[in-house]
Design a protein around this ligand. Structure first.
Ligand SMILES: Nc1ncnc2c1ncn2[C@@H]1O[C@H](COP(=O)(O)OP(=O)(O)OP(=O)(O)O)[C@@H](O)[C@H]1O
Ligand SMILES: [Mg+2]
Length: 448
């Protein structure tokens, strides 16, 4: 194990303990330092950063609990293990409440000591990774807000740069919340069309008639509500990029109309007679499996070929765990700034749980989780307890500790899974309508 970099401070007023503990840890390859009381320990932290501190509770000058409190404020990245005598278990409990990572009972059981340290080292390695990531973040956010450093994301960045230079139509696929829209914006921003508009339209959000008039525009009097002539998005996207989001949700009839436009870049407004032209680049996105939709005859193959000139697949978050700490830090910074809070780090345990979690709602779910955590956290560090869903997926969190919102989310996720992702039947089981369910699914970053 890479112990070399791990720095441990042993704080105990008894010389024999400092020497014996220090000796063992040194033999294990750690960089060990010692202090005889809290004050001395604090002054040492002025010059050194310790990854781990082993702290005795009862000491003259400044006792262990006072030291722990000060460390939580000044050195939140240091993992603290309290050392306490048998029979003084209340001290240990107090220490845990104050944020100690663990406690050891004196006299020491060597095996227990090394187990505890091993676990901490694992977590501290993660924490260090995270610090390094913080530094690298600036260089890694190459496309403004698109964060990633995993091999698939780095490949995606390369492709974005390549694709941006051409005018070819791009189809972006990926599960909900993976960042498809951000990718589309990045392509636009890197392209020669960046000075033109980026016009997005969520094709799944409109009825057939509305989508038609949104895309093509309409003339005054074309239908009852058409009191004015309105430009469509195709016109607005002139000299820029048209982002057709949820393109898999378009009706069969609109697919024919869209195909024609993509072939000619010519169209007429609803109720109009004049043929209009617009010069736009098309980027489409969908979370659906279009191949399957073609087999099921709900999506036209010819339209698919039109759109699928260049295919970009955004991988789900669970397939790029390396991005999780980076993304978490990115969102933490955003939401801490937004809410004016001084939270600047994430406890290694919370990070580890986040890496283990499967994130069915992908980056959006991670973003929501961090946003919530920032709201509930009172200290300076995001902790495991701030992430009840993530924790619940690994080890069971006491239901009594969950907020109503959290209970609701878990319940919806469970029923949704049990109903095989079917919105109608899930809504029925839950006794709410489909629109409400959609809102909740979006809000909680769940995946249908
Ligand atoms: N790589 C990333 N770096 C930073 N933020 C990201 C990244 N990927 C996604 N996000 C954020 O996650 C949220 C969801 O991203 P986006 O809307 O692009 O996903 P989507 O794939 O279009 O989802 P849906 O299919 O549900 O429409 C957004 O708030 C976005 O800013
Ligand atoms: Mg989207």
């Amino acid at each position: 194990m890479a112990h070399k970099k791990i720095k441990i401070l042993v704080v105990d007023d008894e010389l024999s303990i400092r020497e014996s503990l220090g000796g063992w840890l040194q033999q294990d390859g750690f960089d060990v330092d010692a202090a005889a009381n809290g004050l001395e320990a604090l002054s040492k932290t002025q010059e050194n950063h310790y990854d781990i501190m082993l702290i005795d509770v009862k000491m003259p000058e400044m006792d262990g609990l006072t030291l722990l409190k000060k460390l939580k404020e000044n050195e939140p990245d240091t993992a603290v293990v309290m050392m306490t005598a048998h029979g003084a278990i209340q001290d240990a409990v107090d220490a845990m409440r104050l944020g100690a990572y663990d406690y050891l009972l004196k006299p020491f059981d060597l095996e227990e000591l090394s187990l505890t340290i091993d676990k901490l080292v694992r977590l501290q390695t993660l924490a260090m990774e995270n610090l390094i990531l913080k530094d690298r973040m600036a260089t890694l956010t190459r496309f403004e807000n698109l964060v990633g450093q995993s091999p698939p994301m780095l490949r995606l960045f390369e492709t974005i740069l390549d694709v941006a230079q051409s005018d070819a139509t791009v189809l972006i696929t990926g599960e909900t919340g993976t960042g498809k829209e951000l990718v589309a914006r990045a392509i636009h921003a890197q392209s020669p069309r960046c000075y033109g508009p980026f016009i997005a339209i969520n094709c799944g959000a409109f009825t057939e008639n509305l989508l038609e008039s949104e895309l093509f525009g309409h003339e005054k009097g074309a239908f009852t509500d058409a009191k004015f002539t309105k430009k469509g998005r195709l016109e607005m996207a002139n000299a820029g990029t048209l982002f057709l989001d949820e393109v898999g949700d378009i009706s069969m009839k609109m697919q024919i109309d869209l195909l024609r436009v993509l072939e000619t870049r010519e169209f007429t407004r609803v109720g109009g007679t004049v043929t209009l032209q617009s010069d736009f680049r098309v980027i489409a996105a969908t979370h659906r499996d279009l191949q399957e939709a073609i087999r099921e005859k709900t999506f036209r193959q010819d339209l698919f070929y039109r759109l699928n000139v260049i295919l970009l697949q955004v991988p789900p978050l669970r397939e790029r765990q390396e991005d999780i700490p980076l993304l978490a830090q990115h969102f933490l910074r955003r939401y801490a700034t937004e809410t004016n809070k001084k939270i600047d780090s994430i406890h290694p345990e919370a990070l580890e749980a986040m890496k283990k979690y499967s994130w069915p709602g992908n980056v959006r779910e991670l973003e929501n989780a961090i946003e919530r955590a920032v709201v509930v956290e009172k200290g300076r560090q995001i902790k495991l307890a701030d992430l009840p869903f993530v924790a619940a997926a690994g080890e069971q969190v006491e239901p009594g500790k969950l907020s109503l919102e959290e209970m609701e989310r878990q319940h919806i996720a469970r029923i949704l899974a049990a109903e095989g992702g079917n919105i109608s039947s899930t809504a029925k089981v839950l006794g709410i309508n489909r629109t409400t369910l959609y809102h909740k699914i979006k809000k909680y970053g769940l995946s249908p």
